[in-house]
Design a protein around this ligand. Structure first.
Ligand SMILES: Cc1ncc(COP(=O)(O)O)c(C=O)c1O
Length: 485
C-alpha cells in the first residue's frame, strides 16, 4: 500500500484496478468534505510519482472525476476540486424524503413463497414439468438465429402484429370474445393489463368494485393508483351485483373474474352477468374481466367470456399465458374497445415503450405450429384428473371438516372451514413444507371467510393423499388448540 500526502492510497494487490482506487478515494474524500471546493489537487505526474505508479491510471481517474464534475481545470492553474461543490454532501441535512401516499399505503412487500419452493398445493402454478421445454427452446433458438437488425429496434407498443393476430383468433374461437387484432395489446402478464386498465379508466380516488374474497393483486393495482377499492361479496353465483349497488352504486368500474372466480372458483351466473352489464351501462361504468385460467373446465366447454355479451363496449378483457404456458414468460393481453386503443397505447408507452420482441416472436411460432393448442389440450386432461383425485381425497379425508367450493375448473379448489384459524394453520403447514393459502388472506373486511385454497396444477396425484392427510392433522390440531384455550 502506498499513500500520498493527500491520503490518496493504492493497493497493488487489490483486485480493484488502480485507476478505480484513485478515483474512489478522491470522490469519497470530496463527498466527506475532507477535500474542499476549490482546493488544488496534485498534478497527475506528481501523484503518480508519489504513489510509485505509472501515470496512466492517474490520468484515467482524473478524466473520470472531471467528467463527473468533481474536478475542474483552468489553463495554467492545474486541477482543483470543483468550486460548485461548495458544501460537502455529508453536511447537508437529509431533509424530508416523502414518497407518494399511495405507495406508502400499500401493505408491506413480502417475497412470494412461490419464489422459494414448489411444494404441494401452491396456487397459480401450472405443471411446469409437463411443459414442452425442448420445443420451446428449439423455437427460441431458431428465432434467435433468424434475428435481423430490424428486430433489435423498438417494437410496436401494441405488441408484435403476428402474435396479436393469433391471440385475436384464439380468444374469438375459444372464449367467444368479439375482437380484431387491432384491439389486442400485448402486456407483461395480466398484472400489467390490470395496471394499464386502472390508469386509463380510473382517476385517482375513483371507487372500483373488487370481488370479496378476491385476487389480492387486483386490489394492489388499484391502491397503487390511488383508487378506492370497494370489496363486494361473492356468493355461489359470482359477484353480488345488488350488494355492489348498495355499497357504491356510482363506482367507476368493476373488476371481476366471471369464468372462474379467484379464490372461490365459482362461475358467474348468466343472470348476474346481465345484471352487471346493465349496471355498467346504466351508471356509465367499466367492467374489467380477468379471464386468467378459463381454458380449464372439466365438465363442460369453456364458459363464454363476459366480453362476448357486451354490446356497449364497456368490458375490457384481460388474458394471460401464465397458466397455459408458464408464469415467467410474462405475456398476457388486453382486448380493448376500438375507440380506446389509442388511449391505452398512450398510457402503455409511458410505462414501458413496448413488449420484448424475442418472447413474442417465439410465442407466435409456438401458436402457429399448433404446439399451444396441443399443450392446452394435454394440460386440460391432466388437470381434470388431478382435480378429480384431489376432490376424492378431500371427500374421504376432510368431509365434515370442510366444504368444497366452486366448479370443476381451473387449477385450484377452495375449501371452506368456518371457525378455523386458517392463517395459523397455513403458517404451521409452511414449516412442514406444505403450501396452503388461507382463504381469509383473500378477504377484505371484518368477518373473513376461513379455509384454504389448494392449487393442484403443480401437485402430482401421487403426492396428494399424504398432503391432504397432513392438512387434516393440521386442522384437527388447530381446532384442538383452540378448544384448549
Ligand atoms: C385471479 C388471477 N388473475 C391473474 C393471475 C395471473 O397473473 P399474471 O398473468 O400477471 O401472471 C393470477 C395468478 O395467479 C390470478 O390468480
Amino acid at each position: 500500500m502506498t499513500t500520498s500526502p493527500l491520503l490518496i492510497s493504492v493497493d497493488r494487490r487489490s483486485r480493484t484496478p488502480v485507476f478505480r482506487q484513485v478515483y474512489e478515494t478522491f470522490r469519497r474524500r470530496i463527498l466527506r468534505g475532507e477535500l474542499r471546493a476549490g482546493e488544488h489537487v496534485p498534478s497527475s505526474r506528481d501523484l503518480a510519482r508519489t504513489l510509485g505508479i505509472s501515470r496512466l491510471p492517474v490520468l484515467n481517474a482524473y478524466a473520470q472525476l472531471l467528467a463527473e464534475g468533481y474536478f475542474e481545470t483552468r489553463r495554467g492553474d492545474g486541477t482543483y476540486v470543483a468550486p460548485s461543490l461548495s458544501r460537502p454532501a455529508r453536511l447537508l441535512p437529509r431533509g424530508e424524503r416523502r414518497i407518494a401516499a399511495h405507495a406508502a399505503a400499500l401493505p408491506p412487500y413480502q417475497r412470494p413463497v412461490w419464489a422459494e419452493m414448489l411444494g404441494p398445493f401452491q396456487i397459480g402454478q401450472p405443471d411446469l414439468h409437463s411443459f414442452p421445454i425442448e420445443i420451446w427452446s428449439r423455437l427460441a433458438a431458431r428465432d434467435a438465429r433468424r434475428t435481423r437488425v430490424k428486430a433489435l429496434q423498438y417494437g410496436d407498443p401494441q405488441g408484435f402484429a403476428p402474435l396479436r393476430e393469433l391471440v385475436a383468433q384464439y380468444v374469438r374461437l375459444s372464449r367467444g370474445v368479439r375482437c380484431e387484432a387491432s384491439q389486442v395489446l400485448v402486456t407483461s402478464g395480466s398484472q400489467q393489463g390490470l395496471d394499464i386498465a386502472a390508469r386509463v379508466l380510473l382517476d385517482p380516488g375513483a371507487e372500483a368494485w373488487i370481488e370479496n374474497p378476491g385476487y389480492w393483486l387486483v386490489r394492489h393495482a388499484l391502491q397503487a393508483h390511488g383508487c378506492a377499492d370497494v370489496p363486494v361479496p361473492v356468493d355461489g353465483e359470482g359477484l353480488d351485483v345488488n350488494a355492489g349497488v348498495r355499497l357504491a352504486r356510482k363506482a367507476r368500474a368493476a373488476f371481476v373474474a366471471p369464468s372462474h372466480q379467484y379464490p372461490l372458483g365459482v362461475t358467474m351466473s348468466a343472470a348476474r352477468r346481465m345484471q352487471l352489464l346493465a349496471w355498467a351501462q346504466r351508471e356509465g361504468a367499466w367492467i374489467v374481466e380477468d379471464d386468467y385460467d378459463s381454458e380449464y373446465r372439466y365438465d363442460s366447454r369453456p364458459i363464454t367470456a363476459l366480453h362476448g355479451l357486451d354490446d356497449h363496449a364497456r368490458v375490457i378483457y384481460i388474458g394471460t399465458f401464465s397458466k397455459v404456458m408458464f408464469p415467467s414468460l410474462r405475456l398476457g393481453y388486453l382486448i380493448v374497445p376500438s375507440d380506446l386503443v389509442e388511449r391505452f397505447l398512450a398510457v402503455r408507452q409511458a410505462m414501458d415503450l413496448c413488449p420484448s420482441h424475442a418472447v413474442q416472436s417465439t410465442m407466435a411460432e409456438f401458436m402457429r405450429e399448433g404446439h399451444f393448442a396441443r399443450h392446452v389440450r394435454r394440460m386440460r386432461a391432466l388437470y381434470a384428473s388431478r382435480r378429480a383425485a384431489l376432490a376424492a381425497f378431500v371427500e374421504r379425508e376432510l368431509s365434515g371438516r370442510v366444504t368444497v367450493m366452486g366448479d370443476p375448473a381451473g387449477m385450484h379448489i377452495a375449501l371452506l372451514a368456518p371457525g378455523c384459524d386458517d392463517g395459523a394453520i397455513a403458517a404451521q403447514a409452511l414449516r412442514e413444507g406444505l403450501l396452503l393459502s388461507p382463504l381469509s388472506a383473500s378477504c377484505s373486511g371484518p368477518s373473513p371467510l376461513r379455509g384454504f385454497v389448494l392449487g393442484f396444477g403443480n401437485t402430482p396425484t401421487a403426492r396428494m393423499e399424504v398432503a391432504v392427510k397432513r392438512l387434516r392433522k393440521l386442522i384437527d390440531e388447530g381446532s384442538g388448540a383452540r378448544q384448549a384455550h
